[in-house]
Design a protein around this ligand. Sequence first.
Ligand code: C2E
Ligand code: MG
Ligand code: MG
Length: 521
Amino acid sequence: MGRIHSDDRAPFSNGLRLAREGQLAFPERFRIDVVGIGERVFQTATGLIVGSDGSPSFLDLAMQDVTDAQATHQQVRFMAYHDPLTGLGNRALFREQLDAAIQRARGEGGSVGVLFLDLDHFKRINDTMGHSVGDRLLLAAADRLRSCVRLSDALARGRNMDEHTISRLGGDEFTVLVPAVKKPEDLAKVARRIQNALVEPFELDGRQVLVRASIGITVWPLDGADSEQLLRNADVAMYHAKERGRNEFQFYASSLGETAMRRIELEGRLRDAAERGELELHLQPRVAAATGKLVGFEALLRWRDPERGLILPGDFIAVAEDTGLIVPIGDWVLQHACETVRRWDDAGLPAATLSVNVSARQLRGEPLAERLLAHAQAAGIDPRRIEVEITESTLVGGTRNVLETLQALRALGVRIAIDDFGTGYSCLGYLRTLPVDTLKVDRVFVSRITESETDRALTAAIVAMGRALGLRVVAEGVETAGQAYLLSSWGCDELQGYLMSRPIPEAEVEAYWRAQLALTP
Ligand code: C2E
Ligand code: MG
Ligand code: MG
């Protein structure tokens, strides 16, 4: 008994016990640790010999060592279901897994997604660099796919059943099975993640090889009733993706609603908006409350889409943040802001500061201070001419990384403002611990101070508190002279809003500024 595998011991002794009662229920297989050899698997054949009185007298047990046969069987099965080059599942396994996922989704009422992926120009690489290089490329690409699909498990909240499986159908064709799709947009995210994972060139034979993938997407039950249809339609969608230019993805049919489609389209176009020169900054003046003198500007991002005209940040920043595009876009903003300050200096304008808005994502693990310093140096300006605005909610949710980034900015002498203050529910004690210089009182408060007694008292208290903490206090969204008067009387340092000026396209800033200088030199 001691040599029987611990998992098999109970069924084994159970089998013996039941045999005594006249029942034949002996396990068909069990494992024994054979002295000097190790664990072996035995297959059993049993018979029960019953005496004339009906009581059992013998249990006849024949066992055969089937360890090797079983291993061979497993190996054969593995070979039948896997691609020998990459070790990924093959078409047969994929079909089985897809069928199983459909079965389950049918029971649970979910949907299932299939991504069909084809490497662009793989044939050319294979032909020009040779098949062994081609093989190594496939292997390396499979590794990248594996790691990025594993990453995207977070999308499916980690349940084992929800794991995405990736297979190689043959040649340069791969598939990803997403067994529990909540929204079709999630499949777009997986597709983007895969495309991003392939961005870095591959090193093969000391040469850098670039590979892109075109991806077709289908969703059960919308795009096909069974695994065969889903796969075929995903293939069709993949061809459409290729026609649209390489490195694209394409849903098969109407699996996406209008808004989702628009969002994905937006994302696609936003991706290279900076490269196509479609981003611009509009600048809104900040003036000293006491004198009305211009002290600086805030840079507000605009996207000039050739088809839809000027798009405000409210319509694209959230998408940029979700997709991580905010990191390169934010970097463009920093660079552009530094160059703008440089042009002011060259034009002999006063040394005003320029504030830029920075998203949470840019503070997390990104070397923001280094980037700012690099852009400032490239433009030949002092980094202290740039002020960084961070919304209160970002600071409240901030991690240690955020704090480290703020400290690094501080070390450069860059001023830090808390934007939209009053909307993020931060506590005063916490505020004191942060390296901030400026408090920007949110527009919501300012807009109501002349109408509501409560808002008036609240806003006055916020201003007083900011000043007591030694911060510069800026009021946002000042639209009326009445608001400006109250805010100044409470000791607000700066005002910003439509009363002074709307955000101004960059090209018009100098003329505006010179006119202001003529009024309040
Ligand atoms: P924010 O930083 O609080 O910017 C102030 C917003 O209020 C701007 O909207 C501005 O046009 C608007 N505004 C200014 N004065 C008035 C006023 O008197 N009345 C009213 N009703 N509105 C006023 P905008 O340009 O649409 O920007 C919205 C938000 O988008 C910004 O809020 C900022 O959080 C974000 N944003 C803008 N540019 C960038 C950027 O380059 N990067 C990041 N991450 N976020 C940006
Ligand atoms: Mg701002
Ligand atoms: Mg604000």
